[in-house]
Design a protein around this ligand. Sequence first.
Ligand SMILES: [Zn+2]
Ligand SMILES: [Zn+2]
Length: 370
Amino acid sequence: MNTKLIQEPPSKSKQPRQSSVSAPQARPALVGEKAANYKAWVAKAAKQPMVLETVDLGPLGSEEVEVAVENCGLCHSDLSVLNNEWGISRYPAILGHEVIGWVTATGPNAKGVKVGQRVGVGWNSGSCMHCHQCMSGSHHLCPEVQATIVGHRGGFASHIRSHWAWTIPLPEKLNFADAGPLLCGGITVFAPLAIHALPTSRVGIIGIGGLGHMAVKFAAAYGCDVTAFTSSESKFDEAKGFGANHVVSSKDSAAIKKLAGTFDLLISTVNVKLDWDAMIGTLAPNGRLHVVGIVLEPIPVSAFSLIAQQRGISGSPTGSPVAIETMLDFASRHNVAPQTEHFPMSHINEAFARLESGKARYRIVLDADF
Ligand SMILES: [Zn+2]
Ligand SMILES: [Zn+2]
């Protein structure tokens, strides 16, 4: 924090959205001031190592909030955007979209958060706030939703800026050091459970990696009967440790066929081709296969298998700000936290290589060390 930027005392009328927020220090509000020494790890082009640079963030927008980054999760999407796998990347890029930090400044029209408050910023950092989706609470489906790391500066930096609505206050009891991955990976798997599962549901989680291990923890905490599908036998015991009642090899088509008609909800977190026919066959009547892992190859579906058992297939991206708040509240009440490996942010390129190797157990967090 540059103390020269402190200009006026906090407004008493500006209340946080939650009463249980952490406010480690009362810091005065800063309005629209330009700061001098912002640093960030910058990707100059696809597949290039990131380099440390000083960046000029310009004046703070009127509805923007500035956050000093404490740590930021490293998500597989950061790697996909670094490598331009989806063809949407824009360089220079500042990646990182699982930010934990505290508010250092608020624009004059920013609401709901105050300087000194601990907050999180996830996959999205803005939306139009007036379209049908925003007005009905599905801000994450806004046609103008702003992804944090595409055409916007992300969280592998000393500071990040975000629209106030997407700057999420954190519950006091949350494990802040490991909470970053909840803001993208966590909400991605929590949202389909919250929408499509009941505590009485039999739920299958396909793929026990960064997303899947959080899905198992959430589904177990919710009370579901949880089956973990993984291709790696080395993860069988760990999946049970996360709360899975059963573990099945996703490569064992015979074992999968034996589960025919079992699951009310299958959440697929994988980005590889599976025996989809057998997987869909494990759905109970009215069951649903829900896809959150970006598998680039199409999933073949037989209409008959959907119609006869009234089954469905669906997908979803992250979630709305309120869904993220709800997920964080649930995570703090049930002590759901990702299993993490921490790297200093200055070792960012090493951390990306570790993620790319597939050896990370299970989610990487970079601790800011500017
Ligand atoms: Zn992500
Ligand atoms: Zn909108």
